[in-house]
Design a protein around this ligand. Structure first.
Ligand SMILES: *Cc1c(COP(=O)(O)O)cnc(C)c1O
Length: 426
């Protein structure tokens, strides 16, 4: 076993290229973790060490790893077929899943589901639909987007062009969709009419921005943006790739302000964190604008669109939400997270931000200034946390705590204690 594990490390170093990773540093950082197994909110490395999955395996996991119900659904689907093309064919799991997803919303609202693979593609689909919609409804000049500062909508080119994190997008800026960036509702209201007349849609992460160091929006803002979009005749694209599936306390974040978008982008938690699958939900009027001549077709799709395994496990995940009354169980878990983070008393804790089971703990110098970037304070604290059995990743110096929804209050408290202990050493 030990020798095999050494090979995994060696082959990783020789052949793998990790996302968002500076490999010149990667190999200097010492031994990387090789994760081999999971159970509930716990992960195990090749040496048998156990870690709490503090960021839900990069914001994806919902009901824990190896959930019997999800495993069983995958096994059953494997007994039928793993994948069939959705180009020209239907499949039972995709039909069922489309039905179940649209059932979360009032009849005749978000009634169409376009499947793809990831959060980025869910957004990519929405932006392309939004533009083509305008072309086919005699408003071709509406070809731009309004997005928020420091927003993150994924890494494919269309999705990335809506993003506001300069490190990710600046070098590709000239390739993307025309995007106007705003910071607030006030900014929206002060946009020139000319600017608005060139815009197809407003896009945002509702209730809380993720990659922007877990920054919640002021309450009521989402509803305000919705009514502003209605006044201006603009579509609203909500990117619920992170916030969807219970993470903020309700099934979808938009439900907290009774807002219905024209496009709803779902991915990460859709399969409970098991498989890559995404969905872009939209309305009847949008769908209808694509009917008619062949040229009106939405020419878009991926090989694994509506993958049957992905849809099967997504259906099982929705079943678990009902069977285990997951949403009802959230308030106690949120309380454990809030109290657990409150109990961390350390001069570097500048601010704790949270919405539901999504939290960011921002570290700063005692003076209130940020730590110099080169100190990699967030990274160092997360490395220290590993020793205490907690796995998570920072966004710069904001430590993410986003436990799987299945975590018990005790497990969440324990994870907060582990973070506190790691900070004490940092
Ligand atoms: C992660 C994320 C994306 C991108 O999803 P991928 O599956 O990584 O492509 C888009 N939007 C938000 C809000 C996200 O958190």
């Amino acid at each position: 076993m030990r020798e095999v594990a050494d090979s995994w490390r060696a082959w990783d170093r020789q052949h793998c290229w990790h996302p968002f990773t500076q490999h010149a540093e990667w190999s200097r950082k010492g031994e990387e973790l090789i994760l081999v197994r999971g159970e509930g909110p716990w992960l195990f490395d090749d040496k048998g060490r156990r870690y709490f999955d503090g960021n839900s395996s990069i914001w994806t996991n919902i009901h824990g790893h190896r959930h019997p119900r999800l495993d069983e659904a995958l096994g059953a689907q494997l007994g039928e077929v793993a994948h069939t093309s959705f180009l020209g064919f239907g499949n039972p799991r995709a039909s069922e899943l489309a039905r179940r997803l649209t059932d979360f919303f009032p009849p005749s609202s978000l009634e169409r589901v376009f499947f793809s693979d990831d959060g980025s593609t869910a957004v990519e689909v929405a932006v392309k639909m939004a533009i083509q919609f305008r072309q086919q409804t005699d408003e071709p000049e509406r070809r731009g987007f309004i997005a928020f500062e420091n927003a993150y909508h994924g890494d494919t080119m269309g999705a990335a062009s809506l993003g506001g994190v300069s490190r990710f997008i600046d070098r590709f800026r000239s390739f993307g969709f025309p995007t106007t960036r705003v910071a607030s509702v006030e900014d929206l209201r002060s946009l020139a009419a000319e600017e608005i007349s060139r815009t197809a849609a407003v896009v945002l992460e509702p209730l809380i921005q993720g990659v922007n160091e877990m920054r919640p929006w002021p309450p009521g803002q989402l509803a305000e943006i919705r009514s502003w979009c209605d006044e201006q005749g603009l579509h609203l694209i909500l990117d619920e790739v992170m916030t969807g599936f219970g993470r903020t306390g309700t099934m979808f974040a938009c439900q907290q302000e009774s807002v219905l978008p024209d496009f709803l982008c779902l991915a990460k938690g859709l399969t409970g964190g098991y498989l890559p699958l995404a969905a872009t939900l939209t309305t009847g009027p949008v769908f209808e604008a694509f009917l008619g001549e062949r040229e009106r077709t939405f020419y878009y799709g991926h090989s694994y669109t509506a993958n049957q395994l992905g849809c099967a496990v997504a259906l099982a995940s929705l079943d678990v939400f009902e069977e285990e009354r997951v949403l009802e169980g959230l308030p106690a878990r949120v309380e454990a997270l809030v109290q657990g983070l409150k109990a961390i008393v350390h001069p570097s804790v500048h601010e704790v931000r949270h919405r539901g089971l999504i939290a960011g703990i921002e570290l700063r110098q005692e003076s209130g200034e940020r730590f110099p970037e080169g100190e990699h304070m967030g990274e160092r604290v997360c490395l220290a946390a590993r020793v205490h059995g907690l796995l998570t990743r920072p966004i710069r110096d904001t430590i993410v705590m986003m436990p799987p929804l299945c975590s018990t209050a005790e497990e969440i408290t324990g994870a907060c204690e582990a973070l506190g202990a790691a900070l004490g050493e940092g």
